[in-house]
Design a protein around this ligand. Structure first.
Ligand code: NAD
Length: 391
């Protein structure tokens, strides 16, 4: 069938298998064009199918020559319904890894659940023996523990916060008031996006004997400039990220020898960040400024830099709080001064000149395999693509 993008709110409900494959290849080609990294050799990637997790997996496999086992929560095609982009990405990743003689397997299911943890441990034991790196890149709206399902919210924690936002479809800039999260909502967001599940994974891997001594683990966070703080750093998600940071310390304390980090990454268009109010407008301005200064990086460049410069180049490059800072270019004073200047002036009339809305849409479509050079979107394609390791 001919597959076209169908956008609903901040998500695209279709994905293009050929386009997703081309985008995965583009990221792989970038990493392969860079010097090889002496890094981990057997890597578990939790949240491996899209965004930062996919790019981490690509950096590990094609930058370090690592075997990778990935866990993701994606949906295969069914009849006329396409698979999710993450499904196609995993299929393409496995295909390219196999062509280079690299082990790559994927487990599809709820990484929060005990079943998927057990299955993953069994697979490591069977195929890899132990893993020497664990990447925790889950971004989920909810988490079920036993009988209870917790949902995360994207709200402030202080007073309700009003600022500019954009309707990306109509390019109208308007004001939005982000409500204050209740104590319960904050606790639930921490339960979903905090470090509890990361710690569970690490302890279970350790107890099962499938974590190599001296292994490295990394989870991802965001800090951003003051204008996003009420929404992010000081919002409900920020409370979860604080918990994630504390967990990094606890993992290191409870599993001696393990190197545990939180990497603060750049704000980028991903399926998760598209859902946060205010942030897409900030990202569009940031893209404009960083592209003009030739500082822009996508997920692949960020994650290659994490591996090659921050984690495995020499001694890990952390700041005084122990964070790995991949937002160093985003947070450069000259970049942020320019962003705030634009933010002040921005309105519906000048938004297309002052912000990179086209760049935002370009990345958005790309995530679902659309708008990619060299792909003929008029061609009939079979949406039913198998991930080789999933039977
Ligand atoms: P994403 O939506 O692209 O990726 C999320 C991944 O988690 C996917 O592979 C998805 O399949 C997987 N997943 C979700 N629920 C799951 C479940 N229950 N079981 C198994 N897998 C599940 O998101 P992203 O933006 O790449 O986010 C990854 C991490 O990076 C998050 O911690 C996020 O906060 C952080 N981060 C993102 C940005 C940004 O701008 N996008 C910036 C800094 C940090």
């Amino acid at each position: 069938m001919v597959i076209e993008p169908k956008i609903r709110g901040f998500i695209c409900t279709t994905a293009h298998p050929v386009g997703c494959r081309a985008e995965v290849k583009r990221q792989i080609d970038y990493v392969k064009s860079q010097p090889a990294v002496s890094g981990p050799k057997k890597v578990l990637v939790l949240g491996c199918s899209t965004g930062y997790g996919l790019s981490s997996r690509i950096a590990a496999a094609f930058g370090c020559g690592a075997a990778t086992l990935g866990v993701a929560f994606e949906r295969p095609a069914a009849g006329k319904r396409t698979a999710t982009a993450g499904w196609y990405n995993c299929a393409a990743f496995e295909e390219f890894a196999a062509a280079d003689g690299l082990y790559a397997q994927t487990i599809n299911g709820d990484a929060f659940s005990p079943q998927i943890k057990e299955e993953t441990i069994a697979r490591i034991r069977r195929d890899l023996g132990q893993v020497d790196m664990v990447i925790y890149s889950l971004a989920a709206p909810r988490r079920t523990v036993g009988e209870v399902t917790y949902s995360s919210v994207l709200k402030t924690t202080g007073e309700p916060y009003t600022n500019k936002t954009i309707d990306l479809k109509t390019r109208q800039v308007s004001e939005i008031t982000i409500p204050q999260a209740t104590e319960q909502e904050i606790a639930d967001t921490v339960k979903v996006m905090g470090g509890e599940d990361w710690m569970d994974w690490m302890l279970q891997l350790q107890n099962a004997g499938v974590l190599a001594p001296g292994a490295t683990t990394v989870a991802y966070s965001y800090i951003g400039p003051a204008l996003t703080h009420p929404m992010y750093l000081n919002g409900s998600i920020g409370q979860a990220k604080k918990h994630l940071y504390q967990t990094a310390g606890q993992i290191a304390a409870q599993i001696p020898g393990v190197h545990s980090y939180v990497s603060v990454n750049k704000a980028l268009v991903t399926q998760s960040s598209a859902a946060i109010p205010i942030v897409p407008l900030y990202v569009s301005i940031l893209y404009k400024v960083m592209k003009e200064k030739d500082l822009h990086e996508g997920c692949a460049r960020q994650m290659y830099r994490l591996f090659s410069q921050k984690l495995f180049g020499a001694a890990p490059q952390t700041d005084e709080q122990g964070y790995l800072r991949l937002d160093d270019l985003e947070m450069r004073p000259d970049v942020q001064e320019q962003v705030s200047l634009i933010w002040e002036q921005l309105n519906s009339q000048n938004v297309s000149q002052l912000a990179d809305i086209d760049g935002y849409w370009d990345d958005f479509y790309r995530m679902f395999g659309f708008g990619i050079e060299g792909v003929d979107y008029k061609q009939d394609v079979d949406p039913d693509v198998a991930i080789p390791s999933i039977h």
